[in-house]
Unconditional design. Structure first.
Length: 621
């Protein structure tokens, strides 16, 4: 239940518990008051709706007796029915009664009361459900009053008619017509101008012109207009008449008048309701629509036109199909029509094209609108933009994929080094191993451990980059020193493979960078260049000044990179040769993370057979 007010003084607060769907819908949407009370009428608890109905704060209602809140003329019947219920003579009772609200006003309610007993049949408490029927009662009273007035009018006269002698300009009428116009009922013959002068000033010219046209042409007259009553009130009248020629000469009009005030007020009320609904629909962020069971659309809110850039004539009927994504549209339309045919609520998610051509994801839902007989009259639908939620779900999916990939790398790339270390250590512990072999085995253990350390460092760097915790420590660095240190680091390996390794830079100012991280970038880029450059090739590292910083480069004369591989170069765990055991495929991803952490960018220029150049920028400040 929702909003149950429990006995316990000022701290009695509404609480929410889980209920079945049907009960939850009843409590949430039905305008009913619920209460538990003792046989003596004392309230044990009441829901928030009942408190609002009676006008009492929760702490003032709990503990009071329903009997003292009951209108005195209804109290006897209420007590008698309750006694019969407590005695077990009846299982429940239902009656209409009046309550006295906290402000002294009267509230009519339809009350249903039943008893709750334990397994032994002992009464525990009573349950009451109250429905506010004050408006219905008032409407009934107004309807009875109107019917009495109508009966009195019909009793005085069977018709509300008039006869206007146009030539003599006098109207013969009955008392009912005069009452309708708010005029003196003692006269039966008076000039037509006395009627027209009571017509509302805003309607008078239109009415005069219509009467004159009918009198002149000998035709019919039919108008609705307002009449100003003696007390200043307004009444809407429908006046219908026809002009005839008198046998002795001249023209006359025979007509009848009827009061259409209520119909006009109802129309105004409907128009006002439609205006409020339209304002609500157009202010809502959703795309809303109304359609038929065959999928044709008859109305869209302004959001539809703003989002799609299309007008009503382009979207009406089945024109809305054009904004659906071709990969999802047919499925969505078929599913929608299937639900409509079964009379079920339809719900689906699919992309809808925006005015600029961009597709965004929407959660779409439609519910049937039924008439009094339960027949489906139309369908009301709404489309809610859920693009951000869908993208968040794909952040989550990518994170899971990255985690799985990382676990796979750790499981694969650490298993072999661990096995190597274990094998070398076991050999060292063997008594028969020759003394000359021990340094080589120890070096294997050391080098393998260093490789494992680098892999773990790379994995930690990737994790920090993804989590946004990767940080660099900037200080002024001479780019020439970085290039010289890089050549010194890889010179022996390049010489061993007969590859020329050179650097070029001159007149380059200091950059603000993290020296260790910058060396890590060059280590990854030059290491890749050495891996793919054949014997006799060349590798050149350089630095040039650009408008807002420095551009570093690593160029090689290797075989180049296929176009299909270019989009994947900076992806984590990606390798040009999936079967290769050289590295975990993290070097370029880490290099990009380091460069971007400095506020720079990194990219590649390559073509098959023409070598590769990796470039990245760093800002001077």
């Amino acid at each position: 239940m929702r909003d149950l007010v429990h006995e316990g003084g000022t701290d009695a607060i509404a609480s929410r518990t889980t209920t079945p769907d049907a009960l939850q819908a009843t409590i949430d949407h039905a305008p009913l008051g619920f209460a538990h009370f003792e046989p003596d009428g004392r309230v044990r608890f009441a829901n928030r709706r009942l408190c609002d109905m009676l006008g009492y704060a929760p702490e003032r209602l709990v503990g009071r007796s329903f009997f003292e809140l009951t209108y005195v003329d209804d109290l006897a019947e209420c007590i008698a029915l309750t006694k019969r219920l407590v005695a077990g003579e009846i299982p429940s009772y239902r009656h209409e009664k009046r309550f006295i609200r906290s402000d002294g006003t009267v509230l009519w309610a339809c009350v249903t009361v039943s008893a709750t007993r334990d397994s032994a049949g002992t009464l525990r408490f009573l349950i009451g459900i109250a429905e506010d029927i004050t408006e219905q009662r008032a409407a009934q009273a107004r309807r009875r009053e109107a019917e009495e007035h109508l009966a009195a009018a019909l009793e005085a006269s069977s018709t509300v008619t008039f006869r206007w002698d146009i030539g003599a300009d006098h109207v013969e009428c009955d008392a009912a017509l005069l009452r309708l116009w708010g005029m003196d009922t003692t006269r039966r013959r008076l000039p037509a101008t006395e009627f027209t002068q009571n017509v509302h000033p805003h309607d008078r010219k239109r009415v005069d012109d219509a009467i004159a046209a009918a009198a002149h042409a000998g035709g019919s007259f039919s108008e609705e207009f307002r009449v100003v009553l003696g007390g200043g009130g307004i009444r809407w009248i429908r006046d219908v008449g026809r002009v005839f020629a008198h046998p002795t000469g001249g023209l006359y009009m025979v007509g009848a008048c009827s009061d259409v005030t209520q119909a006009r007020e109802a129309q105004e009320s409907i128009r006002a309701s439609e205006a409020r609904l339209r304002a609500f629909a157009n202010s809502a962020p959703q795309l809303m629509w109304i359609g038929a069971s065959d999928g044709r659309r008859s109305w869209f809110n302004d959001r539809w036109f703003e989002y799609t850039g299309l007008g009503f004539d382009e979207l009406k009927d089945h024109g809305w199909h054009r904004v659906h994504h071709p990969d999802f549209g047919p499925r969505a339309i078929q599913g929608q029509l299937a639900c409509f045919a079964r009379g079920e609520v339809w719900e689906d998610s699919f992309p809808v094209r925006r005015a600029d051509g961009v597709y965004r994801w929407f959660l779409c839902r439609a519910v049937p609108v039924r008439d009094q007989r339960g027949e489906i009259r139309e369908w009301f639908g709404s489309n809610t933009d859920v693009t951000e939620q869908m993208e968040a779900l794909r952040a989550a999916q990518d994170a899971k994929r990255l985690r799985d990939e990382m676990v796979a790398v750790v499981a694969h790339d650490l298993r072999n080094p661990v096995h190597t270390i274990a094998l070398a250590a076991a050999t060292l512990l063997t008594e028969g191993v020759q003394e000359a072999q021990r340094p080589r085995l120890a070096n294997i253990v050391r080098q393998t451990a260093l490789n494992m350390g680098r892999l773990l460092d790379d994995l930690l760097d990737v994790t920090r980059i993804d989590s946004g915790t990767f940080a660099v420590s900037r200080q002024p660095i001479d780019p020439n020193d970085i290039l010289a240190a890089t050549v010194e680091q890889f010179e022996a390996r390049a010489h061993e493979r007969r590859i020329s390794l050179t650097s070029r830079a001159s007149g380059i100012p200091d950059v603000m960078a993290d020296r260790d991280r910058l060396m890590q970038v060059f280590s990854n880029l030059v290491g890749n260049a050495l891996k793919f450059t054949p014997s006799g090739g060349r590798i050149e590292i350089g630095c040039t000044r650009i408008a807002d910083g420095c551009e570093f480069s690593v160029s090689d004369t290797g075989p180049g990179i296929p176009a299909a591989a270019m989009p994947h170069l900076f992806e984590r765990f990606w390798k040009a040769d999936p079967g290769s055991r050289a590295g975990a495929g993290l070097g370029l991803a880490i290099a990009r993370g380091i460069v971007e952490a400095h506020g720079g960018r990194i990219w590649v220029e390559s073509a098959p057979g023409r070598g590769t150049t990796m470039r990245f920028t760093l800002p001077l400040d």
